[in-house]
Each structure stands twice: as structure tokens, then as C-alpha cells.
Design a protein around this ligand. Structure first.
Ligand code: S3P
Length: 434
């Protein structure tokens, strides 16, 4: 898709409307797993080969930061090779590390850098500089870390760390992982207790690399001392990217999509549970395990949706899918209540406000609450001019919404889809039934 720019600012473009979709597709690799494969690969002994690495801007920021920490990574046709140097192989960067738009890169790096025998600094784009870092600074400082700044830019004075037992106030895989990464270098056994289970890709990858750890539904225990083994990793398709096609096929009449090789780690499949609770027609086929992660093909057919309640332990399992779930709710009969989702206010944009502001533009009936949204679905929807809020998941969700409005929709800045899904619009419009 060609994006027109006027004086460097992306102009409004029309979001094409398809008649119906009927296709088979593979989505790009999982963003969370791709980040972790580079970071843990850097700390492992030897070469970690990552097949299906996500070529999105966020994961490229992680590669770039590790290059500046002395770790070379080759990247070709979705295979990345990370030349790991072991736990103590990082070198002091000569510049401030730049993490772009990536919260995962920023927060996970804090855990690693806090334990090095050198000082370093991190910054990112305008959105990253507004995202709270205190949530990692608090537990890391309990471990003895010295990090200046609750927002980027951060100045990190490397220190010898000690293990802690930490009960997390909010379920967050980024915070949990930052503590675990610091725990790899700390003296003693680190234990983390989560209020609700968040994505556990770090635990699974550390286990596969030979770390001394145990984990269950709410807690993780890690004892340092073991070197990490390099791995050959197959990154599954990202269920957060598949979610746009799951939603589109569900709300578009006579539609069907087969999405191949999608990761279905139970800490990530909340979108499937929520969609099924709304009446979606979803089947899983060819289930298998690869590198400790479950994978399958997902088959979705268009159907009539109804409202559902989305809250509690389900929220961390679909935290990134709420924008597109809200689009499904707008098309579903009845009142969908999304609650316990205040975390959305501190994502790439304030997603509660962004969803509310954009969806009401086309006639949706929505109330924004302190921790979620109430969506009265089934109302007539008309075209509108949307803002992406520079947020990749908002831009892709609005492209799905544009399929069900009575008149055309336009959107301003869609370049942001490159954060997690370069080529999204080609793939999306390629789904149209011939
Ligand atoms: C991520 C964890 C989630 C998610 C983010 C990626 C990760 O953030 O929203 O897109 O890779 O650990 P929180 O765990 O902070 O909610």
C-alpha cells in the first residue's frame, strides 16, 4: 500500500472495503517470542538460530540495542542468527541505547543492564518517553539496582544484585521478565508471584535453555548459576496479529479464513476464548509443540456475534487484542462489558481513550469507564475519518472496522503497522474472495 505524505505528515488514506474474505494465510512471527529469542540468545553460549523472526520495527530495535552491547545478529529472510557471548559477554555501549516504540525492549533491557558492571542509558520515541518505567524500577531497586528516571531517558548504573521475593501489583509479563533477567545475575533465588498469570514465553525459553527454574499458574522461582544453552527456535505466528483476521472473518458475511502456524500458548489465547464466548465459529487444527510453545492452524467462519463479559484473569491473556475485540463487540448484539483493563491506558497509546474516540465516530454506542468499556453493539455504522494514534494495533483494528461501515472510512497515519506487522495491508486486502 502506498502512503501519501505531505510535508512529512501522512495524509488521510481510504481504508478499502472488501466484499467478503476467503483465504489461507500465515501471519508474521510472534513479537514477544522474537524479542526474547534475541535477548536470551545474546546471554547464551553460542549461536541461537531464530526461524520466523518478526521483521517488525520493535524487534529490530532489540537487535540494534544488542549490537550496541557487542552482540552481532545476522538477519536474512526471516531467519536471525544471534551470536551469543554468555551471561557475562555484554560490553558497555558507547551511545544511548534507542528502543524506538518498544516497551518490551525498554523494560526487559532494564533488568539485564541493572546487573552489568558498566553504566548505560536508554531512550525511545515520544510514546516510549511517556510510558511508566517505575513498575520495573521498584522491584529492580529492591534487588539493589540503581536506575535514574521513572520515564525514558533512563540512566542505569550497573550493580551487583541480590535476589528478592516479589508479589507483583499488576499482571505484567514485561515487569516479570525484567525481574527474571536481573535474577539470572543476582545472588540467591528470585521468586515472583503474579496476581493473574501473564504470558510465560520467558519461562518457557529459559527452561529450554537449561536455566534452573520452576513455574506454575501464579509463581516462578529462578536460581542463577547455570549457563544458558543456545537454541534453534521456530517462532510461531503471532496470535495478536492473527486476531485481526479472526475478527474480520467473524464479522464479515460469508467469510472464511485459515491462519496457519499460530502460537496458542494458553497465556495468549484469551482472544479465542472471548470470541467463542461471543458466538464466533472457530476451529483449531494440526496442534503441535515446538520449542516448548504450542502451535496450530486456526479456521474462522463468519457468523452472528452476541455480547460477552470480558474481565478478570482473561484480561492479561488478551491485553493486546482489546482494540480489535471492541470492534467485534460493536458488531455483536447486546451489551459487551470490558472491565479490569486499566492497563490499556499505558500502552502504545491510551487505548481506552483511543478505542472510545475512534469507534464513536462511526456511530458505535460506547461508554468509557475507569477500567474498561461498555459497548452496546448491533447499531448502524457509517464511515468516518479515523486517527491511528500512532498505535499499530489501533490502525489494524480500524481497518477491520472499515469492513462493516455503510460508507467508506479513511485513516491518517498507518505507517505504525510496521511496529508489529510490516505488510499488513497487503496481507489483509489479499484475503478478499476472488
Ligand atoms: C509483552 C507484554 C504485554 C504486552 C506487550 C508485550 C511482552 O505488556 O502488552 O505488547 O512481550 O512481555 P505487559 O506485560 O506489560 O502488560
Amino acid at each position: 500500500m502506498i502512503i501519501l505524505r505531505l510535508n512529512g505528515v501522512a495524509k488521510m488514506i481510504e481504508l478499502k472495503k472488501m466484499s467478503r474474505i476467503n483465504a489461507e494465510i500465515s501471519v508474521p512471527g510472534d513479537k514477544s517470542i522474537s524479542h526474547r529469542a534475541v535477548m536470551l540468545g545474546a546471554l547464551a553460549d553460542g549461536d541461537t538460530v531464530i526461524h520466523g523472526f518478526l521483521n517488525g520495527a520493535d524487534c529490530l530495535s532489540t537487535i540494534d540495542c544488542f549490537r550496541n552491547l557487542g552482540i552481532e545478529t545476522e538477519f536474512n529472510n526471516s531467519t536471525a542468527i544471534v551470536h551469543g557471548k554468555g551471561l557475562y559477554g555484554l560490553k558497555k555501549p558507547s551511545i544511548t541505547l534507542y528502543t524506538g516504540n518498544s516497551g518490551t525492549t525498554t523494560r526487559l533491557l532494564c533488568g539485564i543492564l541493572a546487573a552489568q558492571d558498566f553504566d548505560s542509558s536508554i531512550t525511545g520515541d515520544a510514546s516510549i518517553c511517556k510510558r511508566p518505567m517505575k513498575r520495573v524500577n521498584i522491584p529492580l531497586s529492591m534487588m539493589g539496582a540503581n536506575i535514574e528516571g521513572d520515564f525514558c531517558p533512563l540512566l542505569i548504573h550497573g550493580r551487583k544484585l541480590k535476589a528478592i521475593e516479589y508479589t507483583m501489583p499488576v499482571a505484567s509479563a514485561q515487569v516479570k521478565t525484567a525481574i527474571l533477567l536481573a535474577g539470572l545475575f543476582a545472588e540467591g533465588t528470585t521468586r515472583i508471584i503474579e496476581p493473574e498469570k501473564s504470558r510465560d514465553h520467558t519461562e518457557r525459553m529459559l527452561e529450554a535453555m537449561g536455566a534452573d527454574m520452576t513455574y506454575d499458574s501464579h509463581s516462578i522461582t529462578l536460581t542463577p548459576g547455570k549457563n544458558l544453552k543456545a537454541l534453534e527456535i521456530e517462532v510461531p505466528g503471532d496470535i495478536s496479529s492473527a486476531a485481526f483476521f479472526i475478527a474480520a472473518a467473524s464479522i464479515m458475511k460469508n467469510s472464511r479464513v485459515v491462519i496457519k502456524n499460530v502460537g496458542i500458548n494458553p497465556t495468549r489465547t484469551g482472544i479465542l476464548d472471548a470470541a467463542i464466548a461471543m458466538g464466533a465459529d472457530i476451529k483449531l487444527e494440526n496442534e503441535r509443540i515446538s520449542n516448548n510453545e504450542p502451535i496450530c492452524d486456526i479456521i474462522v467462519k463468519g457468523t452472528k456475534l452476541h455480547a460477552a463479559h470480558i474481565n478478570g484473569a482473561l484480561i492479561p491473556r488478551l491485553i493486546d487484542e482489546i482494540p480489535v475485540l471492541a470492534v467485534m463487540a460493536v458488531c455483536a448484539e447486546g451489551e459487551t462489558v470490558i472491565a479490569d483493563a486499566a492497563e490499556l491506558k499505558v500502552k502504545e497509546s491510551d487505548r481506552l481513550l483511543a478505542i472510545y474516540s475512534e469507534l464513536i465516530k462511526c456511530g458505535a454506542d460506547i461508554t468509557m469507564t475507569d477500567d474498561g468499556l461498555i459497548i452496546r453493539g448491533g447499531k448502524p455504522l457509517h464511515g468516518a475519518d479515523f486517527k491511528s494514534w500512532g498505535d499499530h494495533r489501533m490502525a489494524m483494528s480500524l481497518a477491520v472496522l472499515a469492513q462493516v461501515t455503510s460508507s467508506p472510512c479513511r485513516i491518517d497515519d498507518v505507517d505504525c503497522v510496521n511496529i508489529s506487522y510490516p505488510g499488513f495491508f497487503d496481507d489483509f486486502y489479499g484475503l478478499e474472495a476472488k
